[in-house]
Design a protein around this ligand. Sequence first.
Ligand SMILES: *[C@@H]1O[C@H](CO)[C@@H](O)[C@H](O)[C@H]1NC(C)=O
Ligand SMILES: *[C@@H]1O[C@H](CO)[C@@H](O)[C@H](O)[C@H]1NC(C)=O
Ligand SMILES: *[C@@H]1O[C@H](CO)[C@@H](O)[C@H](O)[C@H]1NC(C)=O
Ligand SMILES: *[C@@H]1O[C@H](CO)[C@@H](O)[C@H](O)[C@H]1NC(C)=O
Length: 296
Amino acid sequence: MANLHLFVLHIFAMAFGVHHLCDAKVMMEYIGATGVPVKFDAVPIEEGIDFHFILGFAIDADPSGNPQNGTFSPYWASTLTPESAAAIKASHPNVKVMASLSGWSIGKKVLNWYTPADPQLWISNAFSSLKSIIETFHLDGIDIDYERFGRHNESFAYCIGELVTLLKNQSVISVATIAPFYSTVIPYIELYKNYGDFIDYVNHQFYTDRVKTPEGYLEAFKLRTGQFDKAKVLPSYEVNGRGIQGDAFFDALRLLERNGYDINGVMIFSADASAKNNYHYERKSQAFLLNSTSSV
Ligand SMILES: *[C@@H]1O[C@H](CO)[C@@H](O)[C@H](O)[C@H]1NC(C)=O
Ligand SMILES: *[C@@H]1O[C@H](CO)[C@@H](O)[C@H](O)[C@H]1NC(C)=O
Ligand SMILES: *[C@@H]1O[C@H](CO)[C@@H](O)[C@H](O)[C@H]1NC(C)=O
Ligand SMILES: *[C@@H]1O[C@H](CO)[C@@H](O)[C@H](O)[C@H]1NC(C)=O
């Protein structure tokens, strides 16, 4: 019955070009942030999934960590070349590649959102530097992963919101995501409140919410889907990391579904750590999403 229903929707979508009705579920996979020589083509990619690689990171700083007024440079693993990004997209039409902005640190220097002296200059530098990186590396989108904020962070929502709006308006990107975690959620809510229409998914870092059990995960998911749109928040997993670990993560996903939540995708941090276990969580997450009965 459910399959027939989907089939009818599919025909309807094809006939009327209502593509969002048959959008696939998404896999968000961070890659290239830890300095190991990772490659796109080692990661298992299922055909029926919209697979997004998220490069870590593009940073508004020189190699010593000094801010550059919005001029971003790529700092991900040098194995992730423009040619390899083009190649993985050519061999898998369901793959998109994105750049994540900022991250936690560069070398030993911890990064933070700073109030630009001239917000218009910051936005225009960010737009042009990212446009150039996006074109060079054949990218499709950006992820916002600023992880440290001062007491005064009002400029974040404005500058990032205007940047995303401009990149989408000029068709430089087709996808934009944000990656808040428990202690950074306030500036992200502010951003989302004003620019949420331009944000496709919320890669909330649930592994920082200190939950170790499926029941704890359900509570955290309730909280975060209340702060952002229910359909856009993706459950996440940190390989060899914090929070819920092992196959209990999949128990958590099943518990979310039993409680009426549609799981529209999964975010994993990160491919860098997954080669050692033959991408167990990437394989199992995609199998879960393909097998899941919830609507998309
Ligand atoms: C950033 O802009 C300020 C103000 O225009 C300028 O004084 C400063 O030198 C710039 N910094 C860099 C790294 O370009
Ligand atoms: C960001 O700004 C708000 C409003 O001034 C403040 O409450 C909050 O503590 C600041 N920092 C973070 C990480 O939320
Ligand atoms: C870009 O912005 C202009 C001016 O607001 C608007 O007319 C246009 O429809 C936008 N284009 C896209 C692709 O969003
Ligand atoms: C697929 O879904 C069915 C029905 O919900 C379930 O019994 C089965 O365990 C699932 N298989 C996987 C691989 O998740």
